[in-house]
Design a protein around this ligand. Structure first.
Ligand code: ADP
Length: 753
């Protein structure tokens, strides 16, 4: 029997076997092994095991396979037992072929000597590549399944906690199989809804569109999208309105069959209600604008494009609705040149509102230019960014008021003009006491201008001695509201004070309330003087009358005593004295009578043609008879006039008597008759003390006496007044030229005949 060729048997074994000794030196390897490690063509016996792998850098890279082999051998050398591990491996099945990744199970089995030492180690490689690949596949699968589960869980959690309400209902009964918290909150019927039908949970929606929509999706498989759908839901027995955006989608089973409906809902109640509110308020605002009786327009952009115009303003413009969208001045050309564009630009550029009161506007209506008055507000309009993009014009027609105000202004103007033409000072006072107007006479009299008047006020014009009285009177008159008057001295432009009568009269409205006070100041200086003169006159007149009457009485008393002895030598003297006294009384009485006649305008003149020199030469027989004074008549003896001889005589006598009385040292009195053009002039000239120039002006006034206090000369101050009245009646003039220390010339003129 042939000894079997163990070596050949071994070599051809399909197993991948390698035998090494304890020094890791290769003893033998099967062909299968050599093939696996790609060393088929090489002699490997006697080499180191690791020489097998040196050429293959790839081995190193595969999960440390060489290290694994080394570690395994180490364990075997140490433990002298089998050691198994799995190593990935690259192998090239034939030279030039692609490297394949293989997995091998590696088993090292030691062969021991009887003494228990390692004689050899068998390395066995089992190709487990397929199993390993499968395992990896399964592992990957498991991992991916785990991942899917995790993501599904996340997805589920997301749905359950999402800001969208979510639920799934199944079957025609719409049984709720899943609903997230938010959906349960929307329903408001607690958490325990799964397994119940929709109508069990929400019976209130039975008549609402939701069940219908759900069933249609279930039947047709077509999704339904609804926005802002109104839902009436019951929350704790109270019906509430909510709005939702809802997506209904068919729920497909794995086999594709539709078993239910997925609902995703989003609560938009707040959005809808707030939008409704905005819309409502916008609507109301628009309503307000359009139905407002005020004229409202909004002009946009620099071009003043009419953006909005309400009915009232459209009617005022009279051009119909098609003006909207056009520039203002194109739509209403009649407004060009009235400053609207300037007004608009001012507001548009500054943002400052502008108010125009009672502005006259001409609108072209039915081809007619019509004047109306408007009160307007121009208000800048801004966009959401705060930039001015237009101007709102809000106005009101005020034509009747404007016309009335105009009338009032005109009548006020008239009233003021009237006050200006008054000879008195006049002003207006408000009920608060403020003076609102002074007439021209005020400025003329006080010499103050408007500025000074405003600054100084009226108090500085009142005499300080009268100020307190004025204030008290003024107050008490205003309190009574009936008007009243008082007297004060007011300072004139030249600094002198003149008496004024202040009169305050109220202007009342229909209800009897005082609206305004009108004050007047009438110059009563002359009146005051006259009054003073009158008072003085009365005392003088009584004194003047008393003197001759007392002496007449004394003469009569004396005569009475001697009445029984008519031969008494005193009697003729007493009779002369009594007659003289009576004559004096008669002269005084005549003066008084003449003065009062003249004053009443009753002085009658009986004109006749007469030669002046004839009257003058015969006048004053009493003076001539006395012989103390000489009266010399000179000049033109032929001048003839139409005059009342007795009255002219009276004037000449008066002049001569005064010359004797007031210029007693001048023994010669000259009377000169002249003809100056068409006038006859008669002058009575004395060389007496003369009269101070400031007194000259008043000499011919009633009661005026130069030295009223001195009782040196008797007289009533009426002689010259009566003379002046007589000459006036003859259309002549009367006057005096006088120089202090030199004498006086009293003259009169008469028109020649
Ligand atoms: P009566 O003589 O009664 O006072 P008259 O009217 O005649 O009144 O005169 C007015 C005043 O004029 C007189 O009081 C006197 O002071 C002044 N007067 C009149 N004539 C003369 C005169 N020839 N010379 C100076 N003063 C005169």
């Amino acid at each position: 029997m042939n000894t079997p060729d163990y070596k050949a048997l071994f070599d051809s074994s399909p197993e991948l076997l390698l035998i090494i000794d304890a020094n890791l030196t290769i003893i033998s390897a099967t062909c299968a092994y050599l093939k696996a490690v790609n060393k088929l063509d090489q002699a490997i016996e006697g080499g180191n095991i690791f020489d097998l792998f040196t050429n293959e850098a790839a081995h190193e890279t595969i999960g440390g396979s060489i290290d694994n082999i080394r570690a395994s051998l180490k364990r075997v050398l140490k433990d002298k037992t089998d050691d198994t591990s799995t190593i990935p491996f690259y192998s090239v099945e034939k030279p030039g072929a692609a490297i394949k990744l293989k997995h091998y199970r590696l088993t090292h089995s030691p062969g021991l000597t009887e003494s228990g030492n390692i004689k050899y180690i068998t390395q066995r490689l089992e190709d487990v590549t397929e199993i390993e690949t499968l395992k990896a596949l399964v592992e990957r699968k498991i991992k991916s399944i785990e991942q899917i589960a995790a993501s599904e869980k996340r997805y589920y959690m997301m749905l359950m906690k999402s800001p969208f309400a979510f639920c799934i209902m199944k079957g025609e009964d719409l049984v709720i199989t899943l609903a997230n918290d938010l959906m349960k909150d929307f329903w408001g019927k607690g958490r325990d809804v799964e397994g119940k039908t929709l109508l069990q949970v929400l019976p209130e929606v039975e008549d609402q569109p939701f069940p219908g929509m759900l069933l249609s999706v279930l039947k047709t498989g077509t999704p339904v999208y609804v926005n802002e759908i109104l839902a009436r839901l019951k929350y704790q027995d109270k019906m509430e309105i909510r709005y939702f955006n809802i997506v209904y989608q068919p729920y497909h089973e794995e086999d594709g069959a539709i078993s239910g409906v997925t609902t995703i809902a989003y609560d938009v109640t707040e959005l809808v209600t707030s939008r409704n509110k905005i819309e409502e308020s916008e609507h109301r605002y628009q309503e307000m604008i359009f139905s407002s009786p005020s004229l409202i327009a909004i002009l946009k952009g620099k071009e003043m494009i009419i953006d909005i115009a309400n009915d009232a303003i459209l009617e005022t413009w009279g051009k119909g609705k098609n003006v909207i969208g056009k520039p203002l001045l194109t739509a209403l050309p009649e407004l060009v040149g009235h400053g609207f564009d300037d007004l608009f630009n001012g507001v548009y550029t500054t943002g400052q509102p502008h108010y125009a009161y009672e502005m006259p506007v001409y609108f072209l209506r039915n081809g007619q230019k019509e004047l109306s008055y408007y009160t307007f507000i121009y208000q800048a309009q801004r966009d959401t960014g705060g930039n001015i993009n237009g101007v709102a014009v809000i106005g009101r027609e005020v034509t009747p008021e404007a016309l009335l105000n105009q009338k009032i202004k005109e009548s006020e103007e008239l009233f003021r003009k009237l006050l200006d033409t008054m000879p008195q000072i006049a002003w207006t006072n408000t009920t608060d006491g403020e003076i609102t107007f002074y007439n021209q006479r005020w400025y003329d009299y006080t010499g103050l201008d408007h500025k000074q008047t405003n600054l100084l006020g009226c108090k500085t014009v009142i005499n300080p001695d009268d100020l307190q009285i004025a204030l008290n009177e003024y107050r008490s008159i205003r309190e009574t509201s009936d008007g009243g008057e008082f007297q004060i001295r007011g300072k004139s432009a030249d600094g002198s004070y003149r008496w004024h009568l202040i009169r305050l009269m109220p202007i009342k409205n229909n209800n009897g309330e005082v609206q305004l006070w009108i004050g007047t100041a009438t110059d009563i200086q002359e009146l005051k003087l006259l009054q003073q003169q009158k008072d003085d006159f009365i005392s003088i007149a009584s004194h003047e009358l008393k003197t001759p009457i007392t002496s007449l009485k004394a003469s009569l008393q004396f005569m009475n005593r001697i009445k029984d002895t008519p031969t008494n030598i005193m009697l003729p003297k007493l009779i002369v004295q009594a007659n003289e006294s009576l004559d004096n009384v008669i002269v005084l009485m005549d003066d008084l009578l003449n003065a009062s006649i003249a004053n009443e305008g009753q002085l009658h003149i009986n004109k006749k043609l007469l030669n002046l020199s004839e009257i003058i030469e015969e006048c004053c027989p009493h003076v001539r008879a006395e012989g103390i004074y000489t009266i010399k008549t000179e000049g033109n003896m032929d001048v003839e006039v139409y005059a009342d001889a007795a009255r002219i005589d009276q004037v000449v006598i008066n002049f001569v008597n005064n010359a004797i009385k007031y210029a007693s040292d001048s023994k010669e009195i000259r009377i000169v008759i002249e003809r100056v053009n068409d006038l006859a002039k008669v002058s009575v000239i004395d060389t007496g003390p003369g009269i101070p120039p400031d007194k000259l002006l008043h000499l011919f006034d009633r009661y005026y006496r130069v030295d009223s206090s001195g009782s040196q000369y008797s007289g009533l101050g009426l002689g010259l007044y009566i003379s002046a009245e007589i000459i006036k009646k003859h259309n002549g003039q009367i006057g005096v030229d006088s120089e202090l220390g030199k004498g006086s010339t009293f003259w009169f003129t008469l028109p020649v005949a």
